[in-house]
Design a protein around this ligand. Structure first.
Ligand SMILES: [Zn+2]
Length: 190
């Protein structure tokens, strides 16, 4: 089992650029599994899914500006680690960044103090939200959302993973495939 766990982390912070990069990394891991399937197609089943979405991220198709995301050099998590590694100098860097607060608030006519930051650094989350809004991306929460997540399958009995499925049924279907050697299994569609 391979988990692209930091997609969730990026969702919690509401860091769209990192979310995209982590999904790209996850995609590369899926490619490795898919090429394994190509070599062992009679005995391999690849299932790709998630246990939930994080952040309630949505993209405005007409306003989407992915080019604005590419300007972000590091993730929020990495940036915090870099600041900590500089110790006192890190605090000075943040003080310099926050000196820009007035100018930023003035140009966007918005205050960072009212921003929901989910326990993360409120000013950094404010900056992420501003940038993501310009890129046509909106967030609804710093927690897990109720958005439905897809399930994709490739290989032996892949057709048993289709439509809308209860996530707890995925375990039951896998168990029956392993026990029954590929006999037909009824998935619960809801
Ligand atoms: Zn989470």
């Amino acid at each position: 089992m391979v988990e692209g766990g930091r997609i969730d982390w990026a969702g919690h912070v509401n860091d769209a650029a990192t979310s995209v990069r982590e999904v790209q990394g996850f995609d590369q891991a899926v490619e490795v599994a898919a090429s394994f399937y190509q070599k062992h197609s009679t005995e391999t089943l690849v299932i790709v899914t998630a246990d939930h979405e994080t952040g309630g991220m949505s993209v405005d198709q007409n306003a989407f500006r992915p080019d604005l995301l590419s300007g972000q050099a590091v993730s929020y998590e990495r940036f915090i680690l870099i600041l900590k590694s500089f110790e006192k100098f890190g605090t000075l860097i943040m003080a310099e960044v926050e000196k820009e607060q007035n100018a930023i608030e003035k140009s966007y006519t918005r205050s960072w103090q009212g921003e929901k930051s989910g326990g993360y650094d409120p000013f950094l989350v404010f900056l992420l939200h501003l940038r993501d809004e310009q890129a046509g991306i909106a967030w609804t929460t710093h927690g897990h959302s109720t958005v439905k997540v897809p399930v994709y399958a490739l290989g032996v009995d892949a057709d048993l993973f289709a439509g809308v499925q209860d996530n707890t049924d995925i375990f039951r279907v896998i168990r029956k495939i392993i026990a029954g050697g590929g006999e037909t299994v009824e998935a619960t569609n809801k």
